[in-house]
Design a protein around this ligand. Structure first.
Ligand code: COA
Length: 260
């Protein structure tokens, strides 16, 4: 598929989706959100994709937020719809994606940009990354899941402070907060992230999809995560990957998972 605002390429099992509006610091306008949805959907359906890495083009930004110029004159109703549609099309879609999604945060990740990185399953940042949810400085609040996912990742007090001050934290503070898992130099970011993706790809993709559902169940209202874990655990026993994984171990060889 041809996109206007993003690039998507697949190599060695990794689909790299790059938000590509560097002149606007990769701000997420409606078209970009739709294109990201389409690219993720394409990756979901492609047997060539095992892991997705999402990043931003240019040296300055991952994503500097939702495109402010698009919603500056919105009404209450339009504002609500903007958040609802974005969450459904992209942010929840990514968070519940069945294949691992890693955000390679290569610069500013602000507002919707940090929300997108937080929707990914985990994050790696380069040393020049700056992260924050500055929405209250615009008279609005995070609307793409930020008020929920930031406290889940860093704790309530830190999330309250970061959102109330509209401040930015650097990569080392984000590492200390547990918002990102690793920090690299800008030059090493993609290689490091791809290496991690390579480690993931050696494992059973079916079991990984199960693990994502079980972990995410902890954050769903009215769902008992332990019950989901029990069900997902049981289901693994019916997969070809489980048979291959256990046989390979017993036969002292490396598993070659069929992904079924
Ligand atoms: N929406 C729309 N356009 C944006 C944007 C956003 N969230 N973030 C940056 N841009 C645009 C700027 O308007 C500018 O466009 P122009 O050259 O046509 O005027 C271009 O990207 C470059 O940004 P600029 O502000 O000149 O870069 P900078 O290095 O001086 O500052 C930031 C970088 C990230 C500090 C600054 O761009 C910023 O504060 N952006 C908004 C962040 C934000 O509030 N995000 C939350 C939105 S809900």
């Amino acid at each position: 598929m041809v996109y206007q605002n993003i690039l998507s390429e697949t190599e060695n099992g990794i689909t790299t989706i790059t938000i590509n509006r560097p002149s606007k610091l990769n701000a997420l306008n409606r078209e970009t959100i739709q294109e990201l949805h389409d690219a993720f959907e394409e990756a979901e359906n492609s047997s060539k994709t095992k892991v997705i890495i999402i990043t931003g083009s240019g040296e300055k930004a991952f994503v500097a937020g939702a495109d402010i110029s698009e919603f500056a004159d919105f009404s209450v109703e339009e504002g609500g719809k903007l958040a609802a549609k974005g969450q459904q099309l992209l942010f929840d879609f990514v968070a519940n994606f069945s294949k691992p999604v890693i955000a390679a945060v290569n610069g500013f990740a602000l507002g919707g940009g940090l929300e997108l990185a937080m929707a990914a399953h985990f994050r790696i940042a380069s040393e020049n990354a700056k992260m924050g949810l500055p929405e209250v400085s615009l008279g609005v609040i995070p609307g793409y899941g930020g008020t929920q996912r930031l406290p889940q990742l860093v704790g309530k007090g830190r999330a309250m402070e970061l959102i109330m001050t509209a401040g930015m934290i650097d990569a080392s503070q984000a590492l200390q907060y547990g918002l990102v898992n690793h920090v690299t130099t800008p030059e090493e970011l993609m290689e490091f992230t791809e290496k991690l993706a390579g480690k993931i790809m050696k494992n059973s993709s079916v079991a990984i999809a199960s693990a994502i559902r079980a972990i995410n169940a902890n954050y769903e209202d009215g769902v008992n995560g332990f019950d989901v874990e029990i069900e997902e655990f049981g289901n693994c026993f019916g997969t070809e990957d489980f048979k291959e994984g256990t046989q390979a171990f017993l036969q002292k060889r490396k598993a070659d998972f069929p992904g079924k």
